[in-house]
Design a protein around this ligand. Sequence first.
Ligand SMILES: NC(=O)C1=CN([C@@H]2O[C@H](COP(=O)(O)OP(=O)(O)OC[C@H]3O[C@@H](n4cnc5c(N)ncnc54)[C@H](O)[C@@H]3O)[C@@H](O)[C@H]2O)C=CC1
Ligand SMILES: CC(=O)C(=O)O
Ligand SMILES: [Mg+2]
Length: 561
Amino acid sequence: MSRQPRLPWVMNDPLTNRGTAFTAAERDRLGLVGRLPDAVLTLDQQARRAYEQLRRQPDDLASYIHLEQLHDRNEVLYHRLLTDHLAELLPIVYDPTVGEAIKTYSHEYRRPRRVFLSIDRPQDLRRSFEELDLAPDEVDLVVVTDAEQILGIGDWGVHGIQISVGKLAVYTAAAGIDPARCLPVVLDVGTDNETLLNDPLYLGVRHSRARGERYDAFVAAYLDTVSTLYPDALLHFEDFGAGNARRFLEQYGERYRMFNDDMQGTGAITLAAVRSALDVTGVPFREQRVVVFGAGTAGVGIADQLREAMVRDGLEGAEATRRIWLVDRPGLLLDGMDGLRDYQRGYARPREEVENWRADGAGRDGVDLLTVVRNVRPTVLIGTSTVRGAFTRQIVREMAEHVERPVIFPLSNPTEKIEAMPADLLRWTGGKALTTAGIPVDPVEIDGVRHVIGQANNALVYPGLGLGVVVSRAERLTPGMLLAAADAVAGQVDGRTGGGPGAPLLPQVENLRASSAAVAVAVVRAAVGEGVARVVPDDVVQAVQDAMWQPEYGRTPSPPG
Ligand SMILES: NC(=O)C1=CN([C@@H]2O[C@H](COP(=O)(O)OP(=O)(O)OC[C@H]3O[C@@H](n4cnc5c(N)ncnc54)[C@H](O)[C@@H]3O)[C@@H](O)[C@H]2O)C=CC1
Ligand SMILES: CC(=O)C(=O)O
Ligand SMILES: [Mg+2]
């Protein structure tokens, strides 16, 4: 006689489990008699208990682990908690704590979440999805990383699965993307992180990072497989290394419904924040001088979006490019420099430009950021370098000498990588700086004015963008849809003239659900306008509301088969 010692399927699957909220009738029907204590709790009561347990965790990493365990037990309850305490919990399940969690993944490992693809087992790629048993129309979103540049903390191999998980948690919490219709994926292609390779508990494939043809073929096979199996899904790329991110978007962006968050999402949120800042300064885009420190995936993605904004504001392409200066490890990027990456080349400055800067410190070893700021007199300074403290007091004061309201965005994540804390930027400029940061930071009081700092993190834009794609079933993600998303984010802010001194440049995380819905509406309209929508809702606002999944127990799950 066969025995079934395991818990019934319904409690093992976090998408169907309700724990103590199963009613007596459900317990009877689903084989749960005697499996649960007598009381039947409401979701509210469960959420209260879960929150109390969370509050007892000693630190952020412990809170992250606690929340992930809940995520693995009961998705509705997990998302209910996240939705109820969004501003408090986003920094735990996402940036910055997710960075800590990624570093310790092999040691803190409890349960796997979804799809691990090993470059050493390419024959398993298709099967790894097929055995999930999802129909072609049952997947809205697939977030994939190869973990080469996780946030600003570098190469973390298979640990990168948690950035895919974290990004998806935000999609659901912020924009109500149904968690049952999402897949987090890691392409485990090896790692160059020697700490991991030498750790006996490391869970990924134990060799250096595959590159070249083998790697490219694996990514191509991934794209072919997911787009065939799930033809409606948005294929989100996250935290690939500099170069690969852009290369894949350029190579495949026309063929697949693809989105690179670090380039396009970051570009869009930064554009929104600059737009809000310019509402305060009153100086148009075409007159900006932009210095980007850290010319990688995010930095050049931002440069591209700001350049486009200047073109829309009346400049020729070449004129707009001339208003952007990129600074990277060798200093200001100059024509003919050794090691210039192809995506940086278009922004490299003519060497003649810096000839007269020599006296200011532009030596043979390159032109450093201070010298660039002194000579360029930027109106906007962006940090995407991963270099903590790179925006020194001297550099910031120098910038503030030449411009009334310096716009300074230190965007590197997590906290240990930020170019300057907004509180310092405000102090050093007597409250004049218009600033945001990639991480959440507390308000700062300067001379009696309370400055609320918006979070310039792509999390403020990609959830709404994704929802817009889901609702419109757009064939592609177009530049017009990205621009609409940025405009919709900026439109949530009172242009500070309305908001008053110290008001944030971006919508507050507390309002993220409303803001994401507004972004989705704008994205659907843009998709329709550009002719890429496969669904054209009569009432876009209502269609977006209707599409937002709510963390509630719906119909009783029925047994499979
Ligand atoms: N706030 C947001 O929404 C986002 C923030 N980021 C942050 O931006 C940072 C960069 O990310 P990615 O662009 O993906 O990485 P990346 O590796 O593509 O780019 C980093 C760039 O900074 C340069 N760099 C490193 N050290 C430098 C130094 N000492 N001086 C000048 N340049 C230096 C590198 O050479 C590289 O070009 C990370 O901290 C990441 O968290 C990235 C995406 C979104
Ligand atoms: C926010 C984000 O995507 C990053 O830091 O990579
Ligand atoms: Mg990223």
